[in-house]
Design a protein around this ligand. Structure first.
Ligand code: SF4
Length: 606
């Protein structure tokens, strides 16, 4: 099969055993790779009802046919598991060099199950799996771990590691991969905590196999054709990175602030891409073979963090640790972001959980003595201290480590009304109230509060009706198919959306056919997206998910945006209910949101 290594490696950390499974062409053509393979594998490897921290849970790392080709943004991998935050299917993608190196091992997917008796790291090469002791690395930061393993294994090996947060099973612990030109941070939903529960400190890959492309000249022609729109469409990203979004989204009235009590942040300018670039830009960084270079390294030259050189905080981080906390102290965002990467924590869940805590303190639901240190709106010193406490589950950090929903549950039902989460996953920086497509999108997303199921990008475009419900269920359906295909290929969303289109279309079919030699139609590709979404939904239905869970945060449904250009917007329950009905009908799901046997049979799921 062109475009594939054609093999899956299944590793059991409990006994150290590993086996190789061949990937039949029918499976590749039905699920493509990455996200699709992970959905298929997890459905079959993880039985319903298993605790995410049970050794029987599995973590799948997977690449796709596009990985390590010449497609811009091709060095991207998917990682998936049953999430300890949501209790449901969860996948995440990351870049850097690791994804291309994983592909070069000849394994398109590595499925990790079991639990090692003591800390280990797993190394995968063309020869298979090798498990190495890692007791000396336990307690180290992600960067220290990656560097120590690269010293042992050589610079050609790529490493992704958990930090102390993963070891302490923080429910939103993630992983970090460092490569000289760009980091890859991955694993919202607590994938790092699942690795920690398996005593797996790091995953290491090394390989040299080349990905064979069926029709290199067809692929070259496609890449040439898309060069111009890609260059034009990524100008702001290339200049400022994702923080370029701060100002326009604030101007639109959709930048959540003060735990969503407002969606206009008066001090947005201080934490905008323009300001951050002017003060801190040091150099651009980029994933392997990507012309965009949306990553930036910052250097802080004065103040409390003088001398700090660290990765640029992404837009989502600026929202979660900035406007949501009423924090416009830009250097503290650089510091907090770096801390989260080193300790291995998702900044979105952490920031939104802290924002909930700030409101709970203000309302008197939390006693300052319980928190144990000064903290409140705009208190970046308290924020930094709580970040450290959370990673190690020290003091109040132990409660924050459970995420906003579980923390609010311990307080009471009024507190739950102020949590900004769907299916227990904290929402990112694309408003569930100001973008109607996101309202239905978040409610129906496999992961819950994720902007990578239904995409916000098209909704910011001029001419898109972001206020009306008309057509939004269909928009969510098609957008979810697109993201499932994108993450199965696996390609970077920034390059795919801007170079190849916002929905599954001709350029994507040409891409697949050039790499694999198949004759896939656009409709067949769209059906792959639908198949993956249905496979994920079946995982969640098996866990008890239904219409009752396809809801939005209480505040989104009951409190209109109070001020600014989006004032009055929200998504009342009746409106959501009507959109849900339409969404289920379009999907061929029953009234409770379960895929019908007929639709599953037509798609070949599960
Ligand atoms: S656009 Fe940015 S995140 Fe995407 S592949 Fe390029 S450098 Fe990496």
């Amino acid at each position: 099969m062109k475009g594939y290594g054609g093999q899956i490696l299944v590793v059991d950390l409990t006994d150290g055993g590993a086996r190789v499974e061949r990937i039949p062409e029918e499976m590749a053509r039905a699920f493509l790779g990455g996200n699709g393979f992970a959905a298929r594998l997890l459905y079959h490897h993880v039985a319903a009802g298993i605790d995410p921290f049970d050794p029987l849970n599995a973590v799948v790392f997977a690449v796709g046919p596009i990985t390590d080709t010449t497609v811009p943004g091709n060095s991207r991998a998917c990682v998936a598991t049953k999430s300890p935050l949501t209790g449901l299917f969860f996948d995440s993608t990351f870049g850097g060099r690791f994804p291309a190196t994983l592909k070069r091992t000849g394994f398109d997917a590595v499925c990790i199950t079991g639990r090692a008796r003591e800390p280990v790291y797993l190394k995968v090469t063309r020869a298979g799996a090798r498990i190495e002791p890692a007791r000396a690395l336990w307690g180290k930061t992600t960067r220290e771990t990656v560097e120590a393993i690269q010293t042992l294994e050589g610079g050609d090996a790529d490493v992704i590691a958990i930090g102390p947060a993963g070891e302490h099973r923080v429910r939103f612990a993630c992983m970090a991969h460092y490569w000289k030109n760009r980091e890859g941070i991955s694993g919202r939903g607590g994938i790092g905590a699942v690795l920690g529960s398996k005593n797996l400190k790091a995953f290491v890959v090394a390989g040299t196999l080349k990905t064979e492309v069926a029709d290199p000249s067809a692929l070259k022609a496609l890449v040439e054709e898309t060069r111009e729109p890609l260059t034009k469409g990524t100008q702001a990203l290339a200049t400022f990175g994702t923080p370029f979004l701060v100002q326009p989204i604030n101007t639109l009235g959709g930048l959540g602030a003060y735990n969503l009590r407002s969606e206009v942040y008066a001090e947005a300018r201080a934490i905008s891409g323009e300001e951050l670039t002017a003060h801190y830009h040091d150099k651009d960084t980029t994933c392997l073979k990507c012309p965009v270079a949306c990553g930036k390294q910052y250097a802080v030259k004065e103040g409390d963090f003088s001398g700090l050189r660290a990765k640029m905080p992404e837009y989502e981080t600026i929202f979660a640790l900035g406007s949501m906390l009423g924090n416009s102290h830009a250097p503290s965002l650089v510091k907090a972001n770096d801390l989260c990467d080193l300790l291995g924590m998702d900044t979105i869940s952490l920031g939104v959980t802290l924002a909930f805590a700030a409101e709970a303190l203000e309302r008197g639901w939390l006693d300052p003595k319980e928190v144990g240190l000064p903290f409140g709106w705009g208190d970046w010193r308290g924020m930094l201290a709580l970040i450290e406490q959370t990673a190690y589950r020290r003091g109040f950090g132990d409660r924050l480590a459970e995420g906003s929903w579980r923390l609010a549950e311990t307080i009471g039902s009024d507190a739950l009304k102020t949590v900004y989460a769907v299916k227990r996953l904290e929402l990112p920086a694309h408003s569930a109230r100001a973008l109607k497509g996101m309202s239905i999108g978040y409610a129906t997303a496999t992961r819950g509060g994720s902007h990578h199921d239904t995409r916000p990008t098209p909704q910011y475009a001029q001419g898109f009706d972001r206020r009306g419900v008309e057509g939004k269920p269909l928009f969510a359906v098609r957008s979810q198919h697109f993201t499932a295909v994108d993450d199965s290929l696996v390609v970077c969303r920034f390059t795919s959306e801007r170079g190849f289109g916002l929905f599954v279309g001709e350029p994507y079919a040409r891409m697949v056919n050039a790499v694999t030699g198949w004759d896939m139609s656009v409709d067949e590709l769209e059906r792959i997206g639908e198949r993956v979404v249905n496979q994920e939904r079946m995982f969640n239905v098996r866990e008890g998910v239904g219409r009752k869970d396809d809801v939005l945060p209480w505040r989104v449904m009951h409190e209109p945006i109070p001020d600014g250009p989006s004032a009055g917007m929200h998504c009342p329950p009746a409106e959501l209910d009507a959109m849900l009905g339409e969404y289920y009908r379009l999907r061929g799901w029953d009234a409770d949101g379960a895929p019908t046997p007929e639709r599953l049979a037509a798609l070949g799921v599960p």
